[in-house]
Design a protein around this ligand. Sequence first.
Ligand code: KG4
Ligand code: ZN
Length: 316
Amino acid sequence: MRILALETSCDETAVAVVEDGRRTLANIILTQNELHAQYGGVVPEAAARQHLGAINRCLDQALQQAGLSLENVDCFAATLGPGLIGSLLIGANAAKALSLVSGKPFRGVHHLYGHVCANYLDSDLKPPFLCLLVSGGHTQLIHVSDYDRMEILGETLDDAVGEAYDKTGRLLGAGFPGGPALDRLAQHGNSKAFNLPTARTQGPYDFSFSGLKTAMRRAYERACAEPAPSPTLQEDLAASFQHTVVETLFRKTLACAEARNLTTIAIAGGVSANQGLRQRFQAFASNHPDYRVCVPKMAYCTDNAAMIASSAFLIR
Ligand code: KG4
Ligand code: ZN
C-alpha cells in the first residue's frame, strides 16, 4: 500500500510517499529556518502562512520524486497533533481534500507515533524495543511492545531536551535553531572544562533539564565577567552541556532497558540527529553485540512526512 503523507505540525513543510510503512519512495522537507531565525524562535502565525504557500509545491515535488501520479496513491495521511494548531490545519486539510476528491481513505496520525515509526523506515526493526524519544517538545522512554502498544516508562518533569538545547544554543549565540548549532560547537570544545549538575528525579526513568539550563546561564555569565574569558568559552560550554545531557540520556535508557529485559533500543525525534548522542549509542552497540541499537537516518530524525506515512500504515 502506498501512502502519501503530509506533516506540518511545526516549521517544516513535509510530504512523503511510503510503501507498506517501510519503503520510502519520496521524502520532501522544506524548512522555514530562514524565516524564524530573525525572531530567534518559531512564530506560529508566520509558520502557518508559510505552510500554505509551500504545500502544493511540496506535493508536486514528492509525486515527481516517487515517479507517481495521484492515481497511484492508495491512501492519504497527515499529522493531526500535537503541534501548532494553525500549522497542523494546513497539512491535515490538504490531505483530507485529496482524500475527498480521490475517494481514497484518509488517516490521521499522532506526531509522536510518527517519530517512533521513523525507525521502521528502510529498516527491518520490529517490536519489542525501548525507544528514547527526544524532540523539541518531548523527552520520553517508551516501551514499544507491539506496533500499536506503547507504554511511557519515564519522561521529563520540566523542559524537553530539544528545548534545553535551543535555549542554551541561543544563550551561547550559537545560531538558529539552537540544537544543531550547539551540537556543531560542541565538536570543537573540551567536555571536561565545566562540571555541570545532573538532576536527580524521583522516578528512575524521568528527566529534568531546567536546572542544567540555569547552571549553563550562571557558568556563562560568570566566565564572561572574568577579565580575560577563554577564547574557546562557547565551544567548551557547549561540549560540557552536550556531555552532561548525552550521559544522562544514555544511562537512564540503558538502566530502563536492563530493568525491562529489552535488548533492542531505538532513538527518535529531532535530538536523535545529535552527533554526540548517536556516537554514544553506536559506541555502546559496537562493544555489546547482545544489544541492537537503532538510530534513524538523519533525514528521519527531525520532522518529516515519511515517518507519518509509516505510522499511518503500521499503527491502526
Ligand atoms: O522532532 P523535531 O523536529 O520537532 C519536534 O517534534 O519537536 O525536533 C526538533 C528539536 C529542536 O529542539 C532542535 O533544536 C532539536 O530537535 N535538534 C537537535 C539537533 N537537531 C535537531 N538537538 C541537538 N542536536 C542536534 N543535532
Ligand atoms: Zn517532531
